[in-house]
Design a protein. Structure first.
Length: 408
């Protein structure tokens, strides 16, 4: 596979994988904007239709590592194409169905396919970019997920209002089928999956540093999404922004997330731990400032932008670190990164929902600030362990040179 050896340029396959991530990110979040249409068409309550979101999240949490192991012995090209094909088929089944149970099952299947795509896609992207640009490559892939929130979800919601919820599902089915054909061209047929056993993948999980990186990924996503999920009541009830303008205000979040992933891709390869610690601390401060300053519409929108800018600067770096710590067995670790993100989202939003009921519209921001601050714990330990291992590595290299210098 071609690697990113040209300074400032990433291989085309990274951008193609980002396009696939865009489609899958759109699928994960677009249902939130289609719940009324889904509920009416399937003759269920809105809360029952909301199970479609829960089903996808659970499928990602459980399915990502499961599918990573299940497809471990398949060539990476075949796994990615198969994942997109199953993803497309799942949307066809859902669009043709009039049963909530069948649509739920289709959502779980598409979540499994998404987990397989992301876990293998991260590995392919980092290998193609090379060690120098691995964090940047992951940043570009995650940028596809971020762009889904900025463009894909609003367009999908608008299309659903005009054509019914089945319209966006058909569109995603067609686009993912096309993406499967394109990815089949960009990943060479001669590419073979690394000969790594399931035992080697599981053995890689013994790395303590790997779990610290995953913990940071879970916490930062939990903190940011805890506040983001309940921004609408904060912006309308406290900042006084009209409900019709809230979608435009939320574009600031998407713009910040894009900027954060791009910045992390540039800075994270050179100073990964400094970048993540600074960004996590800044995220906690921004979320805390949302409490007193959100009475101003301008300040609230600026803080929404900064929350995404700083929070999404952590994700690509800690994912790249986790894959790096896994060594020659990165697939399962990449899948666990996806599970960590979704676990953080599920837990953060659940706690924030309780805080909204008990503390009011600023409760989710407080929860987010606390969780983001907790991200500093695994990152600080990781930095301390990295500093401790560097002198030992330097001493080892020095000792080897002295041995070579001694005449026999």
């Amino acid at each position: 596979m071609h690697t990113g050896t040209t300074p400032g340029r990433l291989p085309a396959v990274v951008w193609v994988l980002a396009a696939g991530t865009f489609l899958m990110g759109t699928t994960e979040f677009v249902v939130a904007g289609l719940l009324p249409e889904l509920a009416a068409d399937l003759d269920v309550s809105v809360s029952q239709a909301g199970l479609l979101i829960t089903a996808f999240a659970l499928g990602m949490i459980v399915g990502s590592p499961t599918m990573a192991l299940a497809t471990l012995r398949l060539p990476q090209r075949r796994t990615l194409v198969l994942a997109l094909a199953v993803f497309s088929l799942g949307h066809v089944v859902a669009a043709l169905s009039g049963s909530l149970v069948i649509v739920l099952a289709a959502r779980v299947v598409t979540a499994l396919a998404t987990g397989a795509f992301w876990s293998v896609g991260f590995v392919v992207a980092t290998a193609a970019a090379g060690p120098r640009d691995s964090t940047r490559a992951i940043g570009v892939m995650m940028g596809g997920l971020t762009l889904a929130n900025v463009i894909g979800v609003p367009l999908g919601s608008l299309a659903g209002q005009l054509t019914g919820w089945r319209g966006p599902f058909w569109a995603l089915a067609v686009l993912s089928a096309l993406a499967a054909a394109v990815i089949g061209r960009f990943i060479p047929a001669r590419e073979q999956h690394a000969q790594v056993s399931v035992r080697a993948e599981v053995r890689a999980l013994r790395q303590g540093r790997l779990w610290l990186a995953l913990a940071a990924a879970m916490l930062i996503m939990g903190g940011v999404l805890a506040a983001y999920t309940y921004l609408t009541p904060l912006l309308t009830g406290r900042a006084g922004i009209p409900a019709g303008v809230v979608p435009l205000a939320l574009i600031a979040f998407g713009a910040g997330a894009l900027g954060g992933t791009a910045a992390a891709g540039r800075l994270g390869d050179r100073r990964p731990l400094t970048t993540t610690i600074t960004a996590a601390a800044a995220t906690a401060v921004v979320l805390f400032l949302m409490i007193p300053l959100s009475t101003s519409p301008v300040a609230a929108v600026v803080l929404v932008f900064l929350m995404a800018l700083t929070g999404f600067s952590v994700n690509p770096v800690v994912t790249a670190l986790a894959v790096r710590y896994a060594g020659d067995a990165p697939t399962l670790t990449s899948a666990l990164s996806t599970s960590a993100f979704n676990t953080g989202i599920a837990a953060g939003t659940a706690i924030a929902g309780s805080a909204l009921d008990s503390l009011g519209v600023t409760g989710p921001s407080l929860v987010g600030a606390v969780i983001a601050a907790l991200t500093l714990l695994p990152l600080t330990v990781l930095a301390a362990r990295s500093r401790a291992t560097k002198p030992a590595a330097l001493d080892h290299e020095k000792h080897k040179k002295e041995e070579v210098a001694v005449p026999c």
